[in-house]
Design a protein around this ligand. Structure first.
Ligand SMILES: N[C@@H](CCC(=O)N[C@@H](CS)C(=O)NCC(=O)O)C(=O)O
Length: 200
């Protein structure tokens, strides 16, 4: 597999999954400008990060890539067996992370990062409300535990905690005391640290 990685972008979650597994892969570290080249557009039609070349051809969408990487290496135990309830929960949290969590987080970010106008308070407040509800769902599911599915580290933790870390570091919202131990513990995983240490 070849991963096109723009440091500090969503490709980091795919790199993290690869680092957790420890299988060989090819890394193409790219600057933001490279995404607009015709060469890169052949791999990602929207010119976004990440993209990958997998067996069979090009691929985009970071959440799908994390699931695929876990599928390619079942012995790593990052995803449950096909047809299992664990697998259903992994799908659940993957979609949840990309929609219910990342959706409102990005809505807040887009407002706060605007350089040409003030944030629209109604949009920020509404998105923060959805974000808090989603974070509350994660707190309830963890019930004080360390991981989201079957008490073991999995793709669910990569995708969900990854968005929560973004919420914290980007200053989009204050994470409640109930979720901080989970985020802190996952952030200290060596594979995650290796992925975040890659620079352009
Ligand atoms: N849903 C996509 C979103 C990809 C995305 O928006 N990536 C950002 C970086 S995190 C990007 O490349 N934006 C365009 C730009 O920076 O020019 C995914 O998860 O892969």
């Amino acid at each position: 597999m070849k991963l096109y990685h723009q440091p500090r972008s969503r490709s980091t979650r795919v790199l993290w999954a690869l680092e957790e597994i420890g299988a060989p892969f090819e890394l193409h570290v790219m600057a933001r400008e490279y995404k607009q080249t015709p060469e890169y557009r052949k791999v990602h039609p929207l010119g976004k990060s990440p993209a990958a070349i997998v067996d069979g051809g090009p691929m985009f969408e970071s959440g799908a890539m994390v699931l695929h990487v876990a599928d390619l290496h079942p012995a790593a135990g990052l995803i449950g067996p096909l047809n299992s309830y664990a697998r259903a929960q992994h799908y659940q949290w993957a979609f949840f992370a990309m929609t219910e969590l990342e959706g409102p987080a990005m809505d807040v970010a887009r407002q706060l990062w605007k350089s040409d106008a003030d944030p629209i308070a109604e949009i920020v407040d509404a998105a923060r409300g959805r974000l808090q509800a989603a974070i509350g769902t994660v707190v309830d599911a963890l019930a004080g535990g360390d991981h989201l599915v079957d008490g073991t580290f999995s793709v669910a933790d990569i995708l969900v905690s990854g968005v929560l870390s973004f919420v914290r570091t980007a200053g989009l919202d204050e994470l409640s005391a109930a979720i901080l131990p989970y985020v802190d513990a996952i952030e200290s995983r060596p594979a995650r640290e290796r992925a975040y240490a890659v620079t352009a």
